[in-house]
Design a protein around this ligand. Structure first.
Ligand code: COA
Length: 419
């Protein structure tokens, strides 16, 4: 099938999660993504958290589908020469090495531009260029702490009240998605100017971008001294920093995670329940409290807020003989924004997600097949076909031949352990 990014050649010099998530997305949409890996070892995720001995780990397979793998020791002269040739023929080079690693390898931005002025160099780093922490190496949780997610997530009192990491990859895959937008923007820019450019996304910035509403809250707190939608309001005091708000709704409507039937034994027997300000009467009807519709203590968001947790407790009481699915099936009829708390097991087996291609089964040469998360972006004229991740060096000879190397030259490179 002809795909929109067909013809875009990407050198995928990425590892772990942030960079691979970006290039995988571009590969799904048609780019030729050549993953460059160190001979003998490859991306560290190939061997991390393995579930089958000696077979590429799911950590790798789920972030590197639709790519080709070229092994290349870019610290050896033969390897450098191959990379130079590749740079001359490619459109984009994506990397997420530690700060300065690409320069130390001899591939500074100046050198890359000399080799190919149309090249787009896309980088992920922990912190932005010139930042006082620009020299730091960074992983997911470090970025969540640096970008404001950790200080604003979790409980504000009690033994579990410290900063909390989200399970969602806000530092890694999120940064990769930002980078993909940057690459495509630079590519469109190049169509206008004929010139490549450097695109960089810092993990701290990508996390902060998702914490925009928490920055909003800091600015409001600075002005007002309180935040009316937080569970601390109005009975507890605020300091001068945005507090952690537990499961409170982050927007203008209160919400909370509520227990449903079976919560005592099922860790995910919960729903998220949202109280939209303008939709109070249907909530009262849904939970069997029609008298609340006209009670001044309940009629307006302002009147409800001081006892919102008591309101949630009443709704929880209504939920106690309903499973999370029963509850959502009732509440959806009243147009109340809500959803079950799904476990990973439920998501993996979800018929709708499988039908839409958000969960897909993919063939793999050594594991047989594996389930993975497919494209969350849906198009009317493109259905991404997810193919298996490549074995280490699976496409080395093929890529070298495409670059014009003869069989004898390729054999010599293998001999020198440069590929
Ligand atoms: N051939 C030869 N050498 C190679 C190579 C290849 N094909 N691929 C990588 N290398 C070398 C690099 O040149 C570097 O060498 P140097 O440090 O001697 O210059 C070395 O491998 C390791 O690079 P580095 O990226 O620093 O690895 P690390 O394992 O120490 O650190 C991270 C891992 C993720 C912490 C670090 O890469 C990082 O901070 N990246 C940026 C932020 C990021 O993306 N983090 C999220 C990852 S999900």
């Amino acid at each position: 099938m002809n795909k929109p990014l067909n013809g875009i050649k990407i050198i995928d010099f990425t590892h772990v999660q942030a960079g691979p998530a970006c290039t995988q997305l571009l590969a799904w949409f048609g780019a030729d993504v050549i993953k460059v890996e160190r001979p003998g070892a490859g991306d560290v995720t190939r061997s991390q958290l393995r579930d089958i001995p000696d077979v590429d780990a799911l950590y790798f397979t789920m972030l590197n589908s639709n790519k080709r793998s070229l092994t290349l020791d870019t610290k050896k002269p033969e390897g450098k020469a191959v990379l130079e040739k590749l740079i001359k023929e490619s459109d984009v080079l994506v990397e997420n090495f530690g700060p300065g690693a690409l320069d130390r390898m001899g591939f500074t931005w100046e050198r890359i531009q000399e080799l190919n002025p149309k090249m787009i160099l896309a980088s992920v780093k922990g912190f932005s260029d010139g930042h006082e922490y620009e020299d730091l190496k960074v992983y997911e949780n470090v970025a969540q702490c640096a970008g404001g997610a950790a200080s604003t997530t979790g409980w504000w009192k009690g033994e579990e009240s410290g900063p909390m990491i989200s399970a969602a990859a806000l530092g890694d895959s999120n940064t990769g998605m930002h980078l993909a937008i940057g690459i495509l923007t630079a590519y469109i820019g190049r169509q206008q100017t004929g010139k490549g450019q450097k695109v960089a996304v810092a993990m701290q910035d990508a996390v902060l971008n998702l914490c925009r509403v928490k920055m909003r809250d800091q600015l409001r707190l600075d002005k007002l001294g309180y935040l009316e939608e937080y569970p601390q309001y109005p009975h507890e005091s605020f300091s001068d920093v945005v507090p952690r708000g537990g499961n409170a709704g982050g927007g203008g409507q209160p919400g909370w995670i509520l227990k449903c039937k079976g919560w005592e034994t099922d860790p995910n027997a919960y729903i998220y329940f949202t109280v939209q300000g303008h939709a109070w009467p249907p909530i009262c009807d849904a939970i069997g409290k029609p008298e609340w519709k006209t009670d001044p203590l309940y009629m307006t968001p302002k009147a409800r807020q001081p006892h919102i947790m008591d309101i949630f407790a009443t709704i929880e009481d209504w939920l106690k003989d309903k499973t999370k699915f029963d509850a959502v099936n009732i509440l959806r009829k009243f147009d109340i924004p809500c959803a079950p708390v799904f476990s990973m097991k439920e998501l993996l087996n979800d018929k709708s997600l499988r039908a839409s291609g958000s969960i897909v089964e993919v063939p793999h040469k050594e594991r047989g097949s594996y389930w993975t998360v497919g494209s969350p972006i849906k198009f009317s004229d493109l259905k991404p076909i997810i193919t298996g991740s490549p074995l280490l060096g699976e496409n080395t000879d093929e890529v070298l031949a495409e670059l014009g190397y003869s069989s004898a030259e390729i054999a010599a490179m293998h001999e020198a352990k440069a590929v």
